[in-house]
Design a protein around this ligand. Structure first.
Ligand SMILES: Nc1ncnc2c1ncn2[C@@H]1O[C@H](COP(=O)(O)OP(=O)(O)O)[C@@H](O)[C@H]1O
Ligand SMILES: [Mg+2]
Length: 258
């Protein structure tokens, strides 16, 4: 994928994600994680190669893109919720892809409200359904973001550094939630993280990116010091010799990028 500026942001051979798989993207700032995630729902178009999705086929043209996005949930670092609206209304926006044209101007149906309430219940926030989102904590807001994605009945969930703004305990909680709902529903998840330890805890498979290139692909157990060095540079490993593997209960400071 090359940006109009001429910046070649991602060189990727084949990458396949299975239903129910939890794939983690690791890499320093500028590695291409966001570009890869954006390309998976057509927010940026690939300059070479194709994107293919189960049930949609090769994504080409507006109708295929709409079909893809309808069932692709997104969770963002800054959650992208509308603060002055209730949690329920925010989650209901996850249903918009299911309606077209003028229908989207009408009040949400009872069926949509039931789906949204169920999604809020799954993230433990049913009691907060009518609270304004800007009055919730950071972790709760991100859980509303997860509920909004779930309301789409997603086939795929893309999460771009979903826990980067949260404290470690809340980050682990939110990531557990994302992981567990994806597993329960057989959702293919692609999640970018910058903590090696979290990746090791949740990933079925890790793809490590550096300078827009895949420099590691494998199970968390295969992510040894040399793989970490390929992803983050040798300095990261030298800075934290005891923390080079994701299985260590270690601080993530050495791997935290801006
Ligand atoms: N909209 C854009 N236009 C031009 N270059 C971009 C754009 N977005 C990202 N890039 C460049 O593409 C590369 C990958 O960026 P990005 O995918 O955001 O990495 P990451 O999410 O891993 O930090 C970087 O060199 C970045 O500067
Ligand atoms: Mg990014």
């Amino acid at each position: 994928m090359t940006y109009p500026s001429g910046r070649r942001a991602l060189v990727c051979a084949d990458l396949e994600v299975a239903a129910g798989e939890f794939l983690v993207l690791l890499g320093p700032s500028g590695a291409g994680k966001s570009t890869l995630l954006r390309s998976l729902n057509g927010l940026v178009s690939l300059t070479e190669g194709t994107l293919e999705s189960h049930g949609v086929g090769v994504v080409r043209g507006a109708a295929a893109l709409r079909a893809l996005r309808k069932r692709t949930g997104m969770v963002f670092q800054q959650h992208q919720l509308i603060g002055r609206l209730s949690a329920l209304t925010n989650v209901l926006t996850g249903r918009l892809g299911y309606h077209s044209g003028l229908r989207t101007l009408l009040p949400f149906s009872r069926a949509d409200k039931m789906i949204a309430l169920h999604a809020l219940d799954r993230v433990g926030l049913l009691d907060c359904a009518l609270h304004r989102v800007d009055q919730l904590s950071g972790g709760e807001q991100q859980r509303v973001g997860v509920a909004r994605a779930l309301a789409q009945d997603p086939q795929t969930l893309l999460a771009d550094e979903p826990v980067a703004s949260l404290d470690p305990a809340t980050a682990a909680h939110v990531l557990t939630l994302i992981h567990d709902v994806c597993k329960a529903d057989g959702i293919a998840a692609v999640v970018s993280l910058h903590q090696v330890s979290l990746a090791g805890r949740f990933a079925d498979r890790i793809v490590g990116l550096a300078n827009g290139t895949v420099v590691f692909e494998g199970a968390p157990g295969a992510l040894d010091a040399s793989a970490v060095a390929r992803i983050y540079g040798a300095a990261a490993v030298l800075a934290a010799p005891d923390h080079a593997t994701p299985h260590n209960a270690s601080p993530d400071a050495a791997y935290v990028t801006a």
